[in-house]
Design a protein around this ligand. Structure first.
Ligand SMILES: [Zn+2]
Length: 334
């Protein structure tokens, strides 16, 4: 089966009479009425943590909107031929990553993508503790209310029932991920009042992406088995000892499936997710072999790549199903 089903040509590509119509609306969005907004920190985060989910909902006719908060200017560059783009050389990684993200969105079938405040409005802040954290104009230095106001304008315009972002720690403590969380949560509050973008809008459900530790451990076991069977590791950029990352290197780890509210089974879109991740070639290496599909960041440490993605409710209203719900729109009025 094709990783990304072709769009249904019978569906109208515009519906001017519908109040739901927004720029970039994908075919079928009006028919489905489902609108999903994802708020991510850097180009590549969307594909790595929620790529299969985005591809699945887009293919099913939901209107999927991605808001990326920075251009990821401080990322480490994997391909040697592109090393000159690095911030301590040409400092040209941001514009290059705009192109990578556009390619990734094509792989996922997502047509509505925006940068918060426009491309380059907020710069990548670097890892926590880096001197770049203090640079004026970086996302970590942004006024949360101002940034949330920009995002609230998109929320009022797109009117998503469901919003996905990170937990309060940003999944793993990166300043831009923490800030993305703060801005997204604040924007949901702002959007309850009318303002730029349109009438007041209540986002019915906010989720934080996560991944249960037992699932990760299983994924890493598969990775090691593939290596034992002769698949080639490590990935480019590897300089360490083992060639494999560990569960604690993965953002958004929760201890068990009981901490999860919704499990999105999008295995059918694993190839689309892998292709989207590979489009972020300066940041991600992807390898598929008989033992599975795996990836690495610039440290070259292998990680499992899965088409099953996990989410927990931001409001803490546990469903008590241990991840048994399979739809982010479950219980949400369309
Ligand atoms: Zn990131």
């Amino acid at each position: 089966m094709s990783a990304v089903p072709p769009a249904d040509p019978a569906r109208p590509t515009s519906s001017a009479a519908s109040p739901d119509t927004v720029p970039g609306t994908s075919p079928g969005a009006a028919a489905s009425g489902r609108r999903l907004l994802l708020v991510h920190a850097h180009p590549d985060d969307e594909s790595i943590t929620t790529g299969a989910t985005m591809a699945k909902y887009a293919a099913e006719g939901a209107h999927v909107t991605l808001v990326t908060c920075t251009l990821g200017e401080e990322g480490e560059v994997i391909p040697a031929a592109l090393a000159h783009l690095a911030p301590d050389r040409d400092d040209a990684l941001g514009p290059h990553r705009i192109g990578e993200l556009a390619d990734a969105m094509r792989e996922l079938g997502v047509t509505d993508h925006r940068f918060l405040g426009g491309p380059g409005r907020y710069r990548d802040s670097g890892m926590m503790g880096a001197p770049q954290n203090d640079r004026p104009g970086c996302f970590w230095q942004a006024d949360v209310d101002e940034a949330a106001g920009l995002l609230a304008g998109i929320v009022r315009e797109v009117r998503p029932q469901v919003l996905v972002t990170y937990d309060p720690d940003g999944g793993y403590g990166h300043p831009d991920h923490i800030q993305a969380h703060r801005v997204a949560m604040r924007a949901v509050e702002h959007a309850r009042e009318p303002g730029p973008g349109g009438a007041a809008h209540h986002v019915e459900r906010v989720y934080w992406n996560c991944v249960p530790r037992p699932v990760l451990e299983e994924g890493f076991a598969q990775l090691r088995a593939a290596a034992a069977d002769g698949e080639v590791f490590p990935f480019p950029g590897f300089t360490g000892d083992t060639g494999f990352a560990a569960p604690d290197d993965v953002p958004g780890v929760v201890e068990s499936l009981a901490d999860v509210d919704v499990t999105v089974h999008a295995e059918e879109y694993t190839r689309a997710k892998a292709a989207a991740m590979a489009a972020h070639a300066t940041q991600v290496s992807v390898r598929t072999g008989p033992g599975g599909t795996f990836f690495a960041l610039s440290n070259g440490l292998g990680q499992p790549l899965s088409g099953i993605e996990y989410f927990r409710r931001a409001d803490g209203a546990r469903t008590g199903t241990g991840g048994g719900l399979t739809d982010l729109f479950a219980g949400v009025a369309a």
